[in-house]
Design a protein around this ligand. Structure first.
Ligand code: MGD
Ligand code: MGD
Ligand code: SF4
Ligand code: MO
Length: 896
């Protein structure tokens, strides 16, 4: 039977509505929901590939499993056994060491209902605030600044403002890649009104920056100096709104005194940009009828991320670019439900419904609403934020940790320390939907979670809009929804600690939502008027939406009344401070990290879809051509990237999108796909003093050629996910190794090392199922260090592995992709095929699979973007590649 289910995309904070098509219990297709107010039917390349990501059960976590000793393998157990074990171990630790000896590390990708139950379990039942989330790595600077400046968390803006804005300031946001569907809306607005100005503040020339009217390629970490300098100019030019400042804000005199020293000349010098560009940005921003700023990790992930946010909000308040259509400081949320997590207070430093841990009246209120016997159980001590939490685990003050829906062994800064912490922990629970993550090996208990397409609840997107998530199919294997798992363990802990079992009587996600809603009554985010029934009938709604309301609020603070006690917004005098990790002669490069268009975080989902590899098949370190030339490095060379904390090997990619002295690496690759743990081997755990968010955007590194003369390339047809799982344990034995899904049934392995690792090739052959036999051809020359193997099936080349000399690899790969019957002698596979190896070929348009070379060829023949669309079809489906198409056309025109 065919079904269509309305739900929400599980990736970014845009929160696009999707229609999930399913047949016989399997997801068969995904379309954009034309009625959803976030996307009106559009999806980006990741959303388009959702059905592919859900196609196979290979690599899914299907049953609970546990081990009693670390040196034993885990064995499958029943749900009751797994739940009892977790409850017993947690209850034991709490009884012996107190409630703060346990911790929860959860995720902005959980649904609001999941989040709510975890938060209630930790804070209400156990009495610890040690529950933090990956949002600490993501949104906490934005949260802290909103609260400090406006009195409450949450953007004051809405998506319609994208259409109303006349000046758009992108600060530390690569929206073309990270929030593509909203970027489509901005592109359309600008196409309709070319007078709209775009300013991009980003040290790199991203696809977003390439489309700007003004790109301020500031020195990394200098945003506060820039915003202070812009404000200085506007104050001294009289371009601020004095009446508004007097009526609705406090603290302007102190701010004015502070920005006095940031003359445009001084500020531009600190930022490494031209003074006239700073002045231009200030004027476009300050004098526009409506200025909207869109900001993300370039501001938040900084050791002074809160100040960066505050300095930007200062600009908005001083010029009254807030509380009006098209104006305001719009923090783009990264994860699909970072907002929902903040609403339920699911972090170490907050309480439910935007209440504060430090506020005794708030604690009492929540304790009463939760029906606690002992009001004092809600701890007044803030819990440990992510970095401190793993430090405490390493130090042994936290004994047990429950990790759900996040992969800290990949995504935390300085991951060597996180690995140590988990090694040292007495008890580790990992609740995930997939087996192939870097955190799973540390689990004493594995709890299989139902995931996107299989579970129900709600999420809140970047514009405070609450949307239903619905199940289209049953969970894979024995997986269960996250809220259910937390609720079952909570009931068991309650029993063991003789505490209120009725706190965890939830029998559906809806029951959880209803309780959450009750807690918001009278708060700034009041959703007393919302219910599943209303969301089902009337569609997604924005908060606040109190009881009796007929619609949510599109914008906040429209009357100049802020959420502070006196109703006034607060200016904060922000000071420019340099990044935490100093560059010097030993570590001369500034490394920044970020996202690629088609991958999501640790790739546990996007890494299952071959088409999502085609835009960037391998990881890379991007370096400016001048820096590379001075070091004698060429594109594709392998290099060591070393910081004061750790190192990894990456292929070099040369591009002047980065400035001289800077290098960039994507955050996505990890131990499942490469030999190292990924770029967080090198990053540092310095945090912002207010928000405790780590500085994931800046580390000092050195880059050296990696002398790895022994090379190998292998490719194999088969279930690519199964092949990847089989190869993964072998990757770390080489200095460099990477795995690429070339097609759903084709996997490529590349590796390099100082010499042939002992016995390694035999294990690769076994993992890739290439046994010796009639259909296998082998060639070995020990003296020259050559080892070649190729396998056929029904006379079609089915796989190969070339070690020592990989020169023939590209030609063999072409044959393998072709899948045509082999003609001529088989030994020609190793000899006569030596045709010119094709350069690494990127696919620019992932929907239509259009390669860069074809696009460039068409451009050389005079095509512009419309012709490219018409003739090649690229850019016509999701539109995610349109910024890049424009760029390719423009670059050709410049070089032309
Ligand atoms: N394709 C894709 N989209 C995603 C995600 C994904 O994994 N893949 N993840 C989602 C999540 S959780 C998040 S948080 C968002 C992140 O979305 P973004 O923040 O837009 O993405 P990033 O690439 O992390 O960083 C943005 C930019 O900050 C710049 N930057 C670095 N240092 C500085 C600085 O000092 N100042 C300024 N002004 N800029 C700087 C970088 O060069 C980079 O281009 O993306 C969301 N969307
Ligand atoms: N160097 C560097 N590091 C960064 C960043 C950066 O820019 N640079 N960005 C940081 C930011 S902003 C973020 S948000 C983090 C993200 O970092 P993580 O949270 O570690 O990223 P994900 O890989 O999305 O992890 C989500 C996990 O949940 C699992 N999962 C999927 N669906 C479900 C489900 O329904 N239930 C459960 N229980 N599990 C599920 C997935 O398989 C995956 O293992 O990374 C941070 N780390
Ligand atoms: S922009 Fe893309 S990743 Fe983000 S919600 Fe929409 S479809 Fe999903
Ligand atoms: Mo994020």
């Amino acid at each position: 039977m065919k079904t269509v289910t309305r739900s929400t995309c599980c990736y970014c904070g845009v929160g696009c509505g999707v229609l999930i098509e399913a047949e016989d219990g399997r997801i068969t297709g995904v379309q954009g929901d034309p009625e959803h107010p976030a996307n009106f039917g559009r999806l980006c390349s990741k959303g388009m590939a959702l059905a592919d990501s859900a196609r196979s059960q290979t690599g899914r976590m299907l049953q609970p499993a546990l081990r009693t000793r670390r040196d034993e393998p885990r064995h499958t157990v029943s749900w009751p056994d797994a739940l009892d074990t977790v409850a017993q171990r947690f209850a034991d630790v709490i009884a012996t060491h107190g409630p703060d000896a346990v911790a929860f590390y959860v995720s902005g990708q959980l649904l609001t209902e999941d989040y709510y139950v975890f938060n209630k379990l930790a804070k209400g039942l156990i009495g610890t605030n040690n529950i933090d989330t990956n949002s600490r790595l993501c949104m906490s600077s934005a949260v802290t600044a909103y609260k400090m400046a406006l009195g409450a968390d949450g953007p004051p803006t809405c998506y319609e403002d994208l259409e109303h804005a006349q000046t758009v300031l992108f600060a530390g946001s690569n929206m073309a890649w990270a929030h593509p569907v909203l970027f489509r809306r901005l592109e359309a607005a600008k196409a309709a009104n070319p007078a709209i100005r775009w300013i991009v503040v980003d040290p790199r020339r991203t696809d977003t920056a390439a489309m700007a009217d003004l790109h301020l390629a500031i020195e990394p970490g200098t945003d506060v100096a820039l915003f202070n300098g812009m404000l200085h100019h506007l104050i001294w030019e009289g371009a601020i709104d004095r009446a508004y400042i007097d009526a609705h804000t406090a603290g302007f005199a102190e701010l004015k005194a502070r920005v006095r020293e940031f003359t445009p000349h001084v500020a531009a010098g600190l930022c490494g940009i031209a003074e006239r560009d700073l002045l231009q940005a200030a004027e476009w921003f300050g004098t526009s009828p409506a200025s909207l700023s869109l900001y993300c990790m370039g501001l938040n992930q900084s050791s002074h991320g809160t100040d960066k946010n505050l300095a930007l909000i200062n600009l908005h308040l001083a010029t009254r670019q807030i509380g009006r259509p098209g104006a305001g400081p719009f923090s783009l949320t990264g994860q699909p439900n970072a907002m929902g997590g903040r609403e339920v207070g699911g972090m170490a430093t907050m309480l439910a419904a935007h209440r504060d841990i430090g506020n005794a009246a708030h604690r009492e209120e929540v304790a009463r609403l939760w029906g606690l016997d002992d009001v004092a159980r809600l701890s007044a001590n803030p819990g440990l934020p992510a970095v401190d939490m793993f430090d405490a685990l390493r130090a042994g003050t936290i004994k047990a940790i429950w990790i759900a829906c996040t992969n800290p062994v990949h995504s935390m800064p300085d991951i060597a320390k996180v690995r140590e912490a988990l090694d040292q922990a007495e008890f580790v629970v990992v609740q995930d939907a997939f087996m192939q993550t870097d955190t799973v090996p540390y689990a004493d208990v594995l709890l299989p979670a139902a995931t996107w397409g299989e579970k129900a609840g709600t999420v809140t997107n970047s514009e405070r809009r609450i949307t239903r998530v619905r199940a289209a199919v049953a969970p894979a294997g024995d997986a269960q929804p996250d809220w259910w798992i937390a609720n079952e363990v909570a009931r068991r802990i309650a029993q063991r600690l003789s505490r209120e079992p009725q706190m965890f009587g939830f029998d559906s996600a809806e029951a959880v939502f209803d309780e959450h809603r009750a807690l918001t009554a009278g708060r700034d985010l009041d959703i007393g008027g919302l219910s599943y029934a209303l969301l089902d009938a009337a569609g997604p709604q924005q908060w606040p939406f109190p009881a009796g309301a007929v619609a949510g609020a599109a914008r906040r603070y429209t009357d100049g009344q802020f959420a502070t006690a006196d109703g006034r917004a607060r200016f904060h005098p922000t000071q420019y401070l340099p990044v935490a990790d100093e560059v010097n002669a030993r570590f001369p490069f500034r490394l920044t990290t970020g996202r690629l268009r088609d991958q999501w975080h640790g790739m546990s989902r996007t890494g299952r879809v071959a088409t999502l590899f085609s835009h960037a098949p391998e990881p890379a370190l991007t370096m400016h051509p001048g820096d590379a030339a001075r070091r004698g490095l060429a594109d594709g060379d392998l290099v060591h990237v070393k910081s004061r904390r750790g190192a990894l090997v990456l292929p070099l990619q040369i591009s002047d999108d980065v400035q001289s002295g800077a290098v960039f690496a994507a955050m996505h690759w990890n131990g499942q796909f490469v030999a190292s743990g990924g770029i967080n081997e090198t990053t540092l755990a310095a945090v912002d003093p207010h928000s405790k968010q780590p500085e994931l955007k800046h580390a000092a590194v050195r880059v050296e050629r990696a002398e790895l003369p022994w090379r190998m390339i292998a490719a194999r047809r088969g279930d690519a996910l199964a092949l990847q799982a089989a190869l993964q344990p072998l990757l770390k034995e080489c200095a460099y190794a990477s795995v690429t899904l070339d097609a759903d049934d084709l996997l490529i392995l590349r590796a390099a090392h100082t010499g042939a690792p002992q016995g390694w090739l035999e294990r690769v052959h076994a993992a890739l199922v290439m046994p010796a036999g009639e259909d296998t051809l082998e060639y070995r020359d020990a003296r020259r260090g050559l080892d070649r193997r190729a396998v056929w099936r029904d006379n079609v080349l089915d796989g190969f592995a070339l070690a020592g000399d990989t020169g023939n690899g590209a030609a063999l790969l072409a044959k393998l992709r072709d899948a045509k019957p082999w003609s001529g002698p088989r030994f020609a596979a190793f000899a006569a095929l030596r045709i010119e190896p094709a350069a690494r070929e990127r696919v620019v348009c992932s929907c239509m699979q259009v390669k860069e070379s074809r696009i460039n060829e068409a451009i050389a023949n005079g095509a512009g973007v419309p012709e490219l669309k018409a003739t090649l079809g690229c850019g016509t489906v999701c539109g995610s590649c349109v910024p890049e198409l424009k760029r390719l056309v423009e670059t050709a025109a410049v070089e032309g």
